[in-house]
Design a protein around this ligand. Structure first.
Ligand SMILES: [Zn+2]
Length: 112
């Protein structure tokens, strides 16, 4: 069983930080995911972070509810306070989507 559900709540702050343009402590993240899950989790975080922010007139806004504009710190706080569970769900969905693509390409290779 995929363990992403068990760690998704701890990944929210990384998505929110990335989305807000704040730095991420990669080694802390790797400690949470373990080295096996890390590359896929990293990609899932990147994709979700890109999807939940938008920019208008050079200022970041929340792309989930449309509120803003925010400062980096303000956007981060908005995302973790208001959209914690949305982000958790998106990480799990994106992780599974990437995992499916990897599995499909592996089975296509083996089927040759
Ligand atoms: Zn929002």
């Amino acid at each position: 069983m995929a363990a992403v559900e068990h760690i998704a709540s701890r990944l929210v702050k990384y998505v929110a930080r990335y989305a807000s343009g704040l730095e991420i402590d990669e080694s802390d993240l790797r400690r949470i995911t373990g080295s096996t899950m890390y590359p896929v989790i990293r990609e899932a975080i990147y994709v979700v972070a890109k999807n939940i922010v938008t920019e208008r007139n050079g200022l970041p806004r929340c792309n989930i509810c449309g509120r803003g504009p925010y400062t980096r710190r303000g956007l981060y706080l908005h995302l973790v306070r208001v959209h914690r569970y949305d982000i958790e769900r998106m990480i799990i969905e994106e992780y599974k989507r990437i995992e499916r693509i990897i599995e499909e390409s592996l089975s296509a290779e083996n089927g040759r």
